[in-house]
Design a protein around this ligand. Structure first.
Ligand code: NDP
Length: 286
């Protein structure tokens, strides 16, 4: 085959989906997984099984990882000869662990390209799928076409932490929004209303979030938080009402309490008449 051969370690739902795509595209793939039976499916489709992680790493210069976190990378690669390897780690973790991993690999003669896959397993390699990458540009460019098999590759910069930061920031918004949706569903549910009945209104709200995004971009990047529409005091009063309704319904108050606290502190810091985007100042103050 003229397609770049690669080693793939970590055959969870994501890893198996990605190996399938590499095989479909004609790449020779050597696989290893701690729980060997998870390699059965991809082996039946033509992947080569390695007996150990070290043997898998020895098979190819390009080594792709899809593991739970970076601790798992150390567990898997410890003892393997990594000299000359390009390790593309598609596992989620914090920026500091990512930086330590880059140094750990460099000491062993390997280069790290960090990846963050922005779609669930069933959408890997589908149109619209994309993956954040960061790390040495020249190393990334060498493998760009191969990596494009699992989704559009977006190289964010040489700083290894960037792909993790973009990934975590996306999931920060995603998890918070999902929890907010469930909280709202529980709030109307306290009056016996089904999620199905409330859903059309939620869909309308979720669809309108793009408008608020434009406002965020303008205000955050200019540092000017025009308060003529929705100011901090008004939005904070609403946050108080949500907290009150939550308490009256006997629901968990942690999420609305956190939002209420942001508005309170923004008012205390003198942002009451500024637009709601001035909350960024409280968030940044840590
Ligand atoms: P899983 O948790 O299902 O798979 C994790 C893999 O890591 C398994 O192959 C597991 O091996 C291996 N592993 C974990 N710890 C160790 C260890 N100490 N030593 C050796 N192997 C280890 O994860 P997913 O496939 O769902 O996800 C992989 C990565 O992709 C994660 O970082 C996740 O955050 C990210 N991601 C996941 C998405 C999703 O929708 N699932 C979407 C986008 C990104 P074993 O089989 O033996 O347990």
């Amino acid at each position: 085959s003229s397609k770049t051969p690669l080693t793939f370690i970590g055959l969870g739902p994501m890893g198996r989906a990605m190996v399938d795509r590499f095989l479909d595209a004609g790449h020779p793939v050597t696989v290893w997984n701690r729980t060997a039976s998870r390699a059965d499916g991809v082996a039946a489709r033509g992947a080569t099984r390695a007996a150990t992680a070290a043997e898998a790493v020895a098979a190819n210069r390009l080594v792709v990882l899809s593991l739970t976190d970076y601790a798992a990378m150390h567990a898997v690669l410890d003892g393997a000869d990594l000299a000359g390897r390009v390790v593309v780690n598609l596992s989620s973790d914090t920026p500091d662990k990512t930086l330590k991993a880059a140094a750990w690999l460099a000491e062993r003669g390997a280069e790290l390209v960090v990846g963050g896959v922005m779609v669930p397993a069933e959408l890997v390699g589908e149109p619209g799928a994309y993956v954040f990458y960061s790390g040495p540009r020249e190393v990334f460019d060498r493998h760009r076409d191969t990596l494009a098999v699992i989704g559009r590759p977006d190289h964010l910069g040489e700083d290894h932490t960037l792909a993790q930061l973009f990934y975590q920031a996306q999931l920060d918004v995603f998890l918070t929004a999902l929890a907010g949706i469930l909280h709202g569903v529980a709030l109307v549910g306290s009056a016996g209303v089904t999620a199905e009945r409330f859903a059309p209104y939620l869909k309308d709200l979720v669809g309108s979030l793009g408008l608020y995004l434009d406002e965020v971009v303008r205000s955050v990047d200019s540092g000017e938080h025009a308060g003529d529409q929705a100011n901090v005091t008004m939005m904070g009063a609403t946050a108080d009402h949500i907290a009150g309704a939550t308490e009256a319904a006997g629901l968990d108050a942690a999420l609305p309490g956190a939002v209420q606290s942001l508005y309170r502190r923004a008012v205390e810091a003198g942002h009451g008449r500024d637009g709601w985007t001035a909350l960024i100042n409280v968030i940044r103050a840590g």
